[in-house]
Design a protein around this ligand. Structure first.
Ligand SMILES: C[S@@+](CC[C@H](N)C(=O)[O-])C[C@H]1O[C@@H](n2cnc3c(N)ncnc32)[C@H](O)[C@@H]1O
Length: 196
């Protein structure tokens, strides 16, 4: 059985290898995972997770009642892929750069009820953040939302990017019980309700 300390060790190794991509020295804690998944449950249907790492949010989604087979995990780092396959064997795991548009048809068969993202947007910059959001939002159901955490001050999606894509961001929580403390944003289409 895998322990929290083995997740930490794997994460730290990945960070030493690629600090900018991994963006943190430890996986997110339970409190942040709980905030990130607060609005998500089985009624959402399929959920897309970007940058799952060792699966801190993935596990929280399962604990919220989301079916493992309803999860699509998009991870760029090869260092996490095998681990994700053995920890979440029924989910769909794609090794992919979330800032690149997916090949045509990859997500054609399902619309997601929610997207949760651990990708460090602050290190991506506006152009790559725009590229990521530009393919993700068309994959979301009407009323679906994108959840993102940040260690920074303010929303990690620049205001000009939100305006260009007609999105709005709402700060939904903050926790000091994480290393480092983190804030969670919910980003949605300007004119949408909620779907789950
Ligand atoms: C800060 S870690 C968060 C990991 C996990 N969600 C957590 O909270 O513990 C960032 C994760 O995003 C992944 N990542 C970074 N850039 C990415 C990209 N362009 N596409 C997909 N995954 C990416 C990293 O490999 C890493 O797993």
């Amino acid at each position: 059985m895998r322990t929290a300390s083995s997740h930490h060790l794997r994460f730290l190794r990945a960070w030493l290898d690629s600090p900018l991509r991994v963006g943190a020295i430890a996986p997110s804690g339970k409190r942040l995972a709980s905030l990130m998944t607060r609005d998500i449950g089985p009624a959402c249907g399929p959920v897309l997770e970007l940058g799952p790492g060792t699966g801190a949010f993935t596990q929280a989604l399962l604990e919220r009642g989301v079916q493992e087979r309803d999860l699509t995990l998009v991870e760029r780092g090869e260092d996490f892929i095998g681990h994700l396959h053995s920890r979440f064997p029924a989910s769909r795991i794609l090794r992919m750069d979330a800032t690149q548009a997916p090949v045509e048809g990859l997500f054609a068969h399902q619309a997601f009820g929610a997207v949760i993202s651990g990708v460090p947007l602050l290190s991506l910059g506006a152009r790559r953040t725009t590229a990521l959001l530009s393919w993700v939002f068309p994959c979301l159901k009407d009323g679906g939302a994108f959840y993102q955490f940040t260690y920074g001050f303010g929303c990690p999606v620049p205001a000009c990017v939100l305006a260009r894509l007609d999105l709005v961001a709402e700060r939904i929580g903050f926790t000091v019980r994480n290393l480092p403390p983190a804030t969670v944003y919910r980003i949605a289409r300007r004119s949408s309700g909620t779907c789950c």
